[in-house]
Ligand binder design. Structure first.
Ligand code: ADQ
Length: 472
């Protein structure tokens, strides 16, 4: 069955941020990408406002901003604590990034997570029309599809997971993991950034839940059949390239180059998060300084890391650790006219960021585990085609699958990182241009518009037999 006309697209994510604010500060990759995707369709973007209320009322606040309609609800403090700070950020996020040691298992978190998903479903349900396609985003809302089905929603419903899917053994440490994952069979399509995450999901549901994988690649369990697809997210490349040529970007480029004082700049831009490998990055850079004393004053690292999830203790710990580490490295190697690491904890406008990327000889993107990583793509898009910089990228970022022509490294190895920095600094212009062209081809071809279209096409195409789509 083909659905040729899409009446409306309803996107649902944990947090809805006014798209107009996207240019102004530290937006997560998801909100930047969704605002761009939503401008193309009628429909709306539903989710939490980020505000708290004394008692949940289900009141929806509609707004129209920068071509996108948003519909937001406020949550109670207890919801925020258990669902967002708790289950999403202290249980699922660390677990799905292979940090079983940091994952906290509290029944209260799981209860709050379920309650908020029910609240989302009950509030949203009256707004859904029969022809709407519903696109749920990320790990905060795994049970939402199943809650909507319980309320009689027969629409096409898809889920996109922005973070990795963990190995079966890792996921098995989560209490009630099987029940949680079973609810995903309420969706029609589930999207992942890479084949690795998709295959890991398929392995879990077939080996652990007894789901059946058929010849077409669809997966059946309990009378429901779903399709798991690989659909890597991209950036709004055209917009980012235009932004990197804007007056603001040119000014920030000039200011950076002046303040660099003829030194080469290495740049890192990440939310302050343990998955981004910032400690390992600082240690790899220190190793470079130790092994190449002659280059010390020729280069510096600018690390931009705005704080995120500050109410969660592990995030406070990583901040303290990085302050200590950058302080120690600067204390050990700085001179009166040179500081090896400039470490700043602020968000910047995206056009300012574009100018900073362009001024950097090296983009250093070294997560220990990352669903995709949009910073790597932004760095590529911001480069001067005549004289581009070099992207050093962790093998453990989903982006490494598409960006094979970056200098790929193992971020756990300080030696490998030091060698990569040294070779990137020495790389001649023809080789930089050759690599950059290949990277840019990928960033241009598989951009955010392509991502949205690929997912929505898969969501709207139903070629399964009729009896398999019955709602269980
Ligand atoms: P994030 O973990 O937030 O996203 P990422 O993909 O790198 O990671 O996106 C971060 C975004 O925030 C980028 O657009 C970047 O420009 C912006 N940003 C970071 N620091 C900033 C600063 N100081 N000022 C302004 N902007 C800043 C999650 C997953 C990723 C996945 C995305 C999208 O963890 O793996 O790529 O969703 O699916």
């Amino acid at each position: 069955m083909e659905f040729n006309t899409l009446s409306r697209l309803i996107v649902i994510s944990n947090r809805v941020q006014p798209p107009g604010a996207a240019s102004s500060g530290a937006q997560g990759g998801l909100s930047v990408a969704l605002a761009a995707a939503l401008r193309e369709y009628t429909g709306f973007w539903f989710g939490w406002s980020g505000e708290s209320t004394e008692q949940f009322t289900g009141h929806i606040n509609f707004e129209r901003d920068d071509g996108v309609t948003t519909a937001t609800i406020d949550l109670e403090d207890q919801d925020i604590e258990e669902y967002y700070n708790g289950y999403a950020n202290r249980t699922l996020w660390p677990l799905f990034h292979d940090r079983v040691d940091l994952a906290e298992y509290e029944r209260g978190f799981a209860g709050g997570y379920q309650r908020v998903n029910e609240r989302f479903a009950e509030t949203l349900r009256p707004l859904v029309e029969p022809d709407d396609a519903i696109w749920v985003q990320d790990y905060h809302l795994f049970p939402l599809g199943s809650e909507l089905r319980k309320l009689g929603c027969e629409n096409r419903i898809g889920l996109f997971l922005h973070i990795p899917w963990p190995a079966r053994r890792v996921l098995s440490s989560l209490p009630m993991a099987e029940e949680l994952v079973s609810t995903l069979f309420a969706y029609d399509v589930i999207g992942f950034h890479t084949d690795e995450w998709r295959d890991s999901f398929t392995e879990y549901v077939t080996q652990q839940l007894g789901a059946v994988l058929n010849d077409e690649g669809d997966i059946s369990l309990g009378g429901r059949t779903i399709r798991a697809i690989t659909c890597p997210i991209g950036i709004d490349t055209k917009e980012f390239v235009a932004m990197s040529q804007s007056e603001t970007a040119k000014l920030s480029y000039r200011q950076m180059r002046e303040s660099a004082n003829n030194r080469e700049m290495i740049v890192g831009v990440d939310r302050l998060d343990y998955s981004k490998g910032l400690e390992e990055r600082f240690l790899g850079y220190e190793r470079f300084l130790v092994e190449h004393p002659e280059e010390r004053k020729e280069v510096f690292l600018l690390q931009i890391a705005p704080p995120s999830r500050e109410t969660v203790e592990t995030y406070q710990n990583i901040r303290t650790a990085l302050e200590g580490l950058s302080g120690r490295i600067n204390g050990a190697y700085a001179d009166i006219d040179w500081v090896p690491i400039r470490y700043v904890n602020q968000g910047y406008r995206r056009d300012v960021l574009a100018g900073i990327y362009r001024a950097a000889k090296i983009g250093l993107v070294t997560p220990l585990r990352d669903g995709m990583n949009l910073v790597a793509k932004e760095y590529v898009a911001a480069q001067d085609p005549e004289d581009p910089g070099v992207l050093i990228l962790s093998r453990f970022a989903g982006a490494a699958i598409q960006l094979k022509d970056a200098v790929l490294i193992n971020p756990y190895s300080a030696e490998e990182m030091a060698d990569a920095i040294a070779s990137a600094l020495r790389m001649d212009k023809p080789e930089r241009i050759r690599r950059w062209r290949l990277l840019m081809d990928s960033v241009e071809k598989e951009d955010v518009v392509w991502w949205r279209q690929t997912f929505v096409d898969a969501l709207m195409t139903d070629d399964r037999s009729d009896d398999s789509v019955d709602i269980a």
